[in-house]
Design a protein around this ligand. Structure first.
Ligand SMILES: [Fe+2]
Length: 416
């Protein structure tokens, strides 16, 4: 489709006189390059249905409902249908998500359940690494045609003598440059993907796209007790990715990274080398913990990226067994509730909201401010008490009340 105008809503139907036509739908085109007015997108991870499909279906409905709120794109960071070689699951999944894909571009990267098959050029070569049960990423790549630069092919030598798929890409959307890389294909030194990532980071014009966001399937930082070595243990893979890419991402000052894989929601402080790093003019970031994992935080020109795990969008959320004990200090918010993320940005502010589904309340809100916006005064005692009270009321309406925690938060807000 060519000749489309930026930031324009197009209505469409498809079909034929012989077979009939689909119900009318619409989509909104991306803003023009350099347009830094407000954009809205949703991000969710691991939105695959499991044995109990209710959470996945509920989140699909919630995302579709966000179309009416002006959200114009959905980004999903892998493990989509969880078909694992049973191809009818792909059809079921696409039927389900058509609730929102009729209206939103659906931007994805492959997860292990789309890609990982022995001897197919992926990054996992230990015996038994076969999470996609022979799909090899082929089914995914045929269904999810993502942007490619002219002359690029999907089949590529991923490292010396090894052939695989090029499923990484980048694109600009309003004030955001999205870099979507593939954790299932080699990304270490000397690989073509590593070189592509570096070239793409170099090419970003931050005066046009001040926000640089990275998406990938596997966790870059994780709160997990899975330290298995020599395979795809959560902590092993995360450490491997950080060793290969963390310095590069910090050199080019990415703002945030989003990933799925682990079925939970988690968010770090601005983090580098496993340590919280300060924000401009404010060593303490103003994080306010209210009730069972409800958090709001504002970071002014943070000196390191913030990492978001948003794998809570469908497959059964994990249990506390997956959490490290004690929990790492870099995670101000970690919870095991279903949901998805809303993301909004303009030239100076990027806001993420982790939304619980189906209740709809916000579990964690993060604002990143840049471009010399000055920090407002810190919240007053009155603000803190009001916030604690309003959340107490809100949570009492939407979920079983955690009374001791609620009262503790309110008490500490009152004490100041
Ligand atoms: Fe996964």
């Amino acid at each position: 489709m060519t000749g489309l105008q930026p930031s324009t809503k197009y209505y469409y139907v498809y079909g034929s006189d012989a077979d009939g036509y689909a119900q009318e739908a619409f989509f909104t085109t991306a803003p023009a390059f350099g347009d830094q007015s407000l954009v809205k997108s949703q991000k969710d991870g691991s939105n695959e249905p499991g044995a109990d499909e209710k959470p996945s279906v509920a989140i699909t409905s919630s995302i579709a409902a966000e179309v009416a709120n002006g959200y114009t794109m959905n980004v999903h960071n892998g493990d989509l249908a969880y078909a694992d070689g049973f191809l009818a699951d792909w059809d079921n999944y696409y039927e389900q998500i058509s609730l929102f894909t009729r209206f939103l571009p659906f931007m994805t990267v492959p997860g292990n359940h789309e890609r990982d098959t022995l001897n197919s050029g992926d990054a996992f070569t230990f015996p038994g690494a076969n999470d996609a049960r022979g799909e090899c990423g082929i089914v995914y790549s045929r269904r999810q045609s993502m942007p490619q630069q002219p002359g690029q092919t999907k089949s590529v030598m991923v490292s010396a003598g090894s052939w695989g798929l090029r499923l990484y890409y980048s694109f600009n959307y309003g004030p955001i440059h999205f870099l979507q890389y593939d954790s299932e294909s080699p990304y270490g030194p000397g690989t073509v993907q590593r070189q592509w990532i570096e070239n793409d980071l170099k090419s970003v014009d931050r005066s046009k796209t001040p926000w640089l966001l990275v998406g990938v399937h596997r966790m870059f930082y994780c709160d997990s007790s899975d330290y298995r070595s020599n395979d795809d243990g959560d902590q092993t893979v995360a450490a491997r990715m950080r060793a290969s890419l963390e310095d590069l991402f910090n050199e080019y000052k990415i703002d945030a990274m989003f990933f799925g894989h682990q079925h939970a929601y988690a968010r770090t402080c601005p983090t580098y080398k496993n340590q919280c790093k300060p924000s401009k003019g404010e060593e303490s970031t103003g994080t306010l913990n209210i009730l069972n994992g409800n958090t709001t935080a504002v970071y002014y020109e943070p000196s390191a990226p913030i990492y978001f795990l948003i794998g809570n969008a469908g497959r059964a959320v994990g249990t506390a067994d997956f959490l490290e004990d004690p929990q790492p200090a870099i995670f101000p918010n970690y919870n095991l509730k279903y949901g998805y993320m809303r993301l909004r940005a303009n030239a100076t502010h990027l806001i993420t909201e982790a939304v619980q589904s189906p209740a709809g309340y916000i579990m964690d809100a993060v604002t990143i401010v840049k471009n010399n916006e000055t920090a407002p005064a810190p919240p007053t005692k009155h603000d803190l008490v009001q916030g604690a009270l309003s959340n107490l009321t809100r949570d009492a309406l939407t979920q079983p009340l955690q009374l001791p925690g609620a009262l503790n938060d309110l008490t500490s807000a009152i004490k100041g």
